[in-house]
Design a protein around this ligand. Structure first.
Ligand SMILES: NC(=O)c1ccc[n+]([C@@H]2O[C@H](COP(=O)([O-])OP(=O)(O)OC[C@H]3O[C@@H](n4cnc5c(N)ncnc54)[C@H](OP(=O)(O)O)[C@@H]3O)[C@@H](O)[C@H]2O)c1
Length: 265
């Protein structure tokens, strides 16, 4: 499949969703996560959006959206903490099912000093472990906890934002050891999960998506001098939802970019 790239000003309605769709956006406080929440709420087929983030009490923009729209529920969700995932899952059980899970959680650098490595000597093993924990294991913890709710959907979709730099075949520049390797691990875990779910949930669409370069906190240190080819979060969200519209269970277990083109693993 190949979706048409979106440009500024095009419709932002989420597409391809079944009526009465119940969605979770994990990482809803992030640049892309928040834009996805807004666009899902703009679609009347959505009856519930759970927005998971580590500090909902500090997520001002999400709290304002929730004050205006009763379909939005904020949840405390730290995907490195199993008890937080368990508590969030229990709150979602009232909805009876999940039709769409959008995992947008990811780190490239942290305020504590983690930075993408330029060379071997820059590799820090605590940061390497942290990147695997947040970027790869978060997805597995979500999948394990949410599987029973996904099984209640007639057309479940489980989407994880990965990154093109996680493609082993596409790696020509080197560097960024922790981010690249943790996203490659995410990709393998997701591919393996998609194979299992194709057996237990034949209508499941489980894919990894690359959003392109998007103007968020994650990319900010690397896009300051770059304007061309950097998407706003709103455009990125529209593009991702458009790609998703063109994907079905036959595409499960694959990796697609913002323009709908498949990325080699
Ligand atoms: N921006 C780009 O150019 C780009 C390119 C390729 C791929 N991606 C991928 O797209 C996804 C979204 O990125 P973004 O650009 O929107 O970045 P962002 O604005 O920095 O958002 C990242 C999100 O991850 C959350 N997060 C980090 N650690 C977490 C944890 N332990 N538990 C729960 N949530 C945690 C953050 O929550 P807090 O607010 O609590 O920190 C935040 O909501 C990421 O997976 C990223 O790797 C982005």
């Amino acid at each position: 499949m190949a979706a048409t790239p979106m440009t500024a000003g095009q419709a932002t309605q989420a597409v391809g969703l079944q009526p009465d769709c119940v969605a979770l956006v994990a990482g809803a406080s992030g640049g892309i996560g928040q834009a996805l929440v807004k666009q899902l709420l703009a679609d009347e087929r959505i009856i519930r959006v759970f927005a998971g983030c580590r500090k909902p009490e500090k997520a001002e923009a999400l709290r304002e959206l929730a004050a205006d729209d009763a379909r939005l529920r904020l949840l405390q969700l730290d995907t490195t903490d199993p008890s937080s995932i368990k508590a969030a899952t229990e709150k979602m059980q009232a909805a009876g099912r999940l039709d769409l899970v959008f995992n947008t959680i990811g780190i490239l650098h942290t305020p504590e000093g983690m930075q993408p490595e330029k060379r071997l000597a820059d590799v820090d093993f605590d940061d390497l472990r942290l990147a695997f924990d947040v970027n790869a294991l978060s997805m597995m913890r979500l999948a394990m906890s949410l599987e029973p709710l996904l099984k209640q959907s007639t057309a479940p979709r489980f989407i994880s934002l990965s990154a093109r730099v996680g493609s082993i075949e596409d790696n020509r520049l080197g560097g960024w050891y922790a981010y690249r390797a943790s996203k490659a691990a995410l990709n393998m875990l997701l591919r393996t999960l998609a194979i299992e779910w194709a057996r237990s949930m034949p209508n499941m669409t489980c894919v990894a998506l690359h959003p392109g370069t998007v103007a968020t906190a994650l990319s900010a240190p690397f896009t300051r001098s770059k304007r061309e080819g950097v998407f706003s979060p709103d455009i990125a969200a529209t593009q991702l939802l458009t790609v998703l519209d063109n994907l079905g269970p036959d595409d499960s277990g694959n990796f697609f970019a913002w323009d709908g083109k498949e990325i080699p693993w």
